[in-house]
Design a binder for this molecule. Structure first.
Ligand code: GRF
Length: 207
């Protein structure tokens, strides 16, 4: 049974998709061991509690330095025997020590087709504003392994979504979530849980 930690900062719709796909058997052989947020009032924590999951708040602001925050996070990961860490709308710059310790065991969902419209400062509606400003006719979402750079590690899954005439950033965000994020994040978790994802020369492959 693959134990995952889901790290969140906001509304938690991607967390909810994971919870729902585990409940309906789409994601097999996986359990959410703990949900961690840097925001104590994140609705994602409410969703975790409603689902009967351990929900904890660990904020970098509560620690004197990055080392203290890293210690707190890794002690939770160890306490819950976490094998895979899922960033689902997690707006925290993770200490490099954690990325090293959990190399290729941390994944992130980003609401664009990386390497477009990503990197520092590209999060939430800003991503969709950038897509619309560029006049893209197609956008989408990406699940990737997390490395030391923002939105940069090996790409596991992507799904394209149409940009429609008259889209606002909010309309586009909703379509990308519904048609892409909430599908490929659970799919990636399931593939990893089944041992079907491997990395060769920096490229992620699915067997
Ligand atoms: C999603 O758009 C996700 O792609 C991005 O942040 C947003 C989080 O939304 N990383 P939610 O908290 O899962 O609803």
């Amino acid at each position: 049974m693959q134990k995952i930690a889901v790290c969140v900062s906001g509304g938690g719709t991607n967390l909810q998709a994971i919870i729902d796909r585990i409940a309906d058997g789409t994601i097999r052989n996986t359990e959410v061991a703990v949900v961690i947020s840097n925001k104590k009032d994140a609705f994602a924590l409410e969703r975790a509690r409603n689902a009967g999951l351990p929900a904890v708040c660990v904020s970098p602001k509560d620690y004197p330095d990055r080392e203290g925050f890293a210690d707190a996070m890794t002690s939770i990961f160890r306490e819950y025997n976490v094998e895979l860490i899922v960033f689902a709308g997690y707006l925290v710059v993770v200490p490099g020590r954690i990325i090293k310790e959990y190399r290729n065991r941390i994944i992130n969902i980003h609401p664009s087709l990386i390497p477009s419209h990503c990197g520092m400062g590209y999060y939430g509606l800003k991503v969709h504003e950038s897509v619309l400003a560029a006049g893209n006719k197609v956008t989408g979402a990406t699940v990737h392994f997390v490395d030391e750079e923002a939105d940069h590690g090996p790409i596991i899954l992507q799904k394209a979504v149409e940009v429609c005439e008259g889209d606002t950033p909010q309309i586009l965000q909703k379509r990308v979530m519904e048609q892409a994020e909430w599908k490929i994040l659970p799919e990636a978790i399931n593939l990893i849980g089944e041992g079907r994802v491997y990395i060769e020369n920096g490229i992620a492959h699915i067997k």
